[in-house]
Each structure stands twice: as C-alpha cells, then as structure tokens.
Write a protein that binds this ligand. Structure first.
Ligand SMILES: Cc1cc2nc3c(=O)[nH]c(=O)nc-3n(C[C@H](O)[C@H](O)[C@H](O)COP(=O)(O)OP(=O)(O)OC[C@H]3O[C@@H](n4cnc5c(N)ncnc54)[C@H](O)[C@@H]3O)c2cc1C
Length: 282
C-alpha cells in the first residue's frame, strides 16, 4: 500500500457546534503530522469502523501549528459520526489532496468570495490567507448565503474579518419561525439569493478575482452572473466537490470527462469547470 493510502492518526481536541447539523473539529496529530494543507485542499477523513469521506480544510494554521480544522455537515453515516466525535476520539487522515485556491496570483486585485451554505468552510482558508496579507490586495469582499439565519457559518467572525479589512455581506433564502419562541428567527439582513447581492459589490470586472463555493447550481448561476457583468471565466475559481473514494486518481469514482476531480480539482477556473458543471452527478 502506498503512503498516500495510509491514514495518519489524528485526535479530536475540539468539537464546536456551529449550526443544528454542522460542527467544526480541531484535530491534532498523534504521530508525525501530514504536510501543511494549502487553502482549497482536502483530506480523506476515516472514522474507524464507519468509513472515509473527503472534507475540505477550513482552518488556516500559523506556521508550526500542526492542527487540522474541518467543518462538517451531518448528511450521512460518516459525517454524522464526525459531528458526534468527542474530544479524545482518534480518526485517520490522508492528504492533503487536490488543487488550491490561487490567492497569491491575485495580488493587486479585488478579491470576491461568494459562498453558499457549507461552501463558506472551504473558502475560509483563502479568505484568512488574503486578510493576513491585506495590503497586497485592492479590496476583499465576502458574499455569503444560507438557507436560514441559523444556518450561517462563522457569523461570530464577521467583526474580525471586517476589522482586517473585508466587506462582509450575508443573505438568507428565508426567515423561518424559531421553534422555541414561535417568532421569526432574528435577522436584519436581506432575503434572497447570493446573486441578488452582486449588485451591491462595486465590481471592477477586469481587476477582480472571484472564488465560488457552494451547491453547483449556485456556482453555475453566480459564475454566469459575474461573466455577464464582464468578468473573464479564467478569473473565476470554483470548487467541484463530487463524490470520491480513493482521493488519489486510482479508482475513477470521481472521474468527470478527462478529469479526476480528486487530483485535477476540486478547485479550477470557471473556464475549465463550466462543461463539467453541466454533467450531473449520478
Ligand atoms: C473535495 C470535497 C470536499 C468536501 N468538503 C466538505 C466539507 O468541508 N464539509 C462537508 O460537510 N462536506 C464536504 N464534502 C462533502 C462530504 O464529503 C460528503 O457530505 C460526505 O462524503 C457524505 O458522506 P456520509 O457517509 O456522511 O454520507 P453518505 O451516506 O455517503 O451520503 C449522504 C448524502 O450526501 C450526499 N453526498 C455524498 N457526498 C457528497 C458530496 N461530495 N457533495 C454533495 N453531496 C454528497 C449523498 O449523495 C447522499 O445524498 C466535500 C466533498 C468533496 C468531494
């Protein structure tokens, strides 16, 4: 078995509940750490006796900090087991795998991050990377959408991101009633789709690099809207998070046309991904 197939043991040292079905886990290596993941990369996370799934890295650790952070939404057996994992639980990690968001290549440009739901998790590392070198960029804008107010991730970080020079715009699909109080959930922001907020972004199409992550329908529509506003598809980066198994270009589970999403993705330009986004996942 090659080294890339062998999980490295990591211990859960933190499990924070972010929303009703989404938790952020902080993992510390038990043995030698994996190489430091770069923004956009993912690891294959193995829950012993349950299974293994790909998860994007959602943290941006400082040099010498070997923790790996994942934000995971419980949708099935493995993701639910991770959300339940108590501190002390040992899991296996392979990676880091996949391509990266190109933030350094966008120096001296406007950066626009557009996230839908859990898609804000993979965008958090490139956002933090950009904010750590804020003077290198003309502007940094975050547009985040969620189904409901209580499903927005990392809302407590908005103030910090703003203090570091980002403009943060949030929107929800709808404002449902709070089951405990019977009143609408607290929300003073707009209601609609992330594309509705693009008009509030002072977009300079030839000077902007955009990073999109969320449901494929959201990336397709947002990408089309940005191109209609004058952006080049090569300046729009997207993350294709298709089901995968081996993560290392062997099994073919995530093959999409000529691409293996695990190795040629998940991140690529809209120009490259557009024909792939048109292929529905089986
Ligand atoms: C590169 C990559 C990065 C990812 N990063 C994250 C992340 O940061 N956080 C996170 O919560 N999830 C992420 N996912 C999705 C995550 O891998 C799936 O939710 C997980 O595999 C579901 O496994 P399960 O055993 O819990 O559920 P299963 O029982 O296997 O699946 C439950 C449901 O989720 C659907 N599903 C499975 N995989 C995916 C997928 N890739 N995309 C959309 N729906 C899926 C299934 O079709 C099914 O309907 C990522 C996926 C990829 C490919």
């Amino acid at each position: 078995m090659t080294a890339s197939m062998l999980p490295v043991r990591y211990r859960v040292i933190g499990n924070r509940r972010d929303t009703a079905d989404t938790h952020t886990l902080t993992l510390l290596p038990v043995d030698s750490p994996l190489p430091r993941p770069r923004p956009g990369q993912f690891t294959m996370v193995y829950v012993f006796g349950v299974g293994e799934i790909p998860l994007s890295v959602s943290g941006y650790p400082a040099d010498g900090d070997h923790t790996v952070t994942h934000t995971v939404r419980a949708v099935g057996a493995v993701s639910a087991a991770l959300c339940r994992a108590e501190p002390g639980t040992v899991v296996g990690l392979r990676g880091p795998l996949g391509t990266v968001w190109d933030v350094p290549g966008a120096r001296h440009r406007d950066l626009l991050f557009v996230a839908g739901g859990i898609g804000l998790a993979p965008l958090r590392p490139p956002l933090l990377e950009a904010l750590s070198a804020r003077p290198d960029y003309l502007s940094v804008t975050v547009v985040a959408g969620a189904r409901t107010p209580s499903e927005h991730l990392y809302r407590t970080e908005d103030e910090l991101w703003q203090a570091c020079g980002a403009r943060v715009l949030r929107i929800v699909d709808r404002v449902p009633q709070d089951p405990d109080t019977g009143r609408p959930q607290a929300w003073s922001g707009p209601v609609g789709l992330v594309t509705d907020l693009l008009g509030q972004v002072r977009l300079r199409p030839d000077r902007t690099t955009a990073y999109l992550c969320g449901p494929e329908v959201m990336m397709t529509h947002t990408g089309a809207a940005l191109v209609a506003l004058g952006m080049r598809p090569t300046d729009v980066q997207v993350s294709l998070e298709r089901n995968m198994r081996c993560g290392i270009e062997i099994c073919g589970h995530c093959q999409l046309g000529p691409d293996f999403v695990c190795a040629d993705g998940p991140v690529s330009t809209l120009e490259h991904a557009e024909p792939l986004l048109a292929v529905r996942e089986l």
